[in-house]
Design a protein around this ligand. Sequence first.
Ligand SMILES: [Zn+2]
Length: 206
Amino acid sequence: MSDEFFYPNIWGRSILTSAEEILGDKGVNALLNLVGLTQYIGNYPADNIKKEFPFSHVAKIQQGLWDMYGSKGARVFATRGGEQTFQHSLSKYDKVQKAAQAAMAIGSMEGRMKAGIVFFSKFFNAVSDQVVHIEEDDTHWKWIIERCPVCWERKAEEPVCHLAVGVLNAASNWASGGHKYRIQETECVAMGDPNCVIMIEKQPIS
Ligand SMILES: [Zn+2]
């Protein structure tokens, strides 16, 4: 039941290789043992875009990082993992980078960012079973995840979808040509909210 929805293999692989960069292979093995995903020890998901990496495994790895390194540690891993996931997406999916650039060929930076965010929400919906839509108000874009792998079947007192925040950090940095934005998860399914909501401030901080 928990394995009905999937991420592409390459994203599962990015999550593990980015953790390995910080923890070493022994650390990743300890993590995989802790969360009961020993099938990936020395055997990371394939470097391809097949949708085979279950949401429950994404969530268990995030939970394991949280259990081993606390909320702050989990955030560091998720930021790195999100960046790698985004970079690998650009290099792995044919023509995505060009299509994104074409979509963002708009005058103002705000227009470009909005086009980029909408583009990537559609891209994520197309290549994975994650479901995202975009809303906005005067000050924020809202990345609203209706079906979220990061907190899949998790329960928490605070927002836990740091991996999604990490992906958006990397994506907004790329879309804006190097600017940084304040990006924060304000609602999370793990806390009982109906959706995971990530707020992206329209005004860059640098
Ligand atoms: Zn979530």
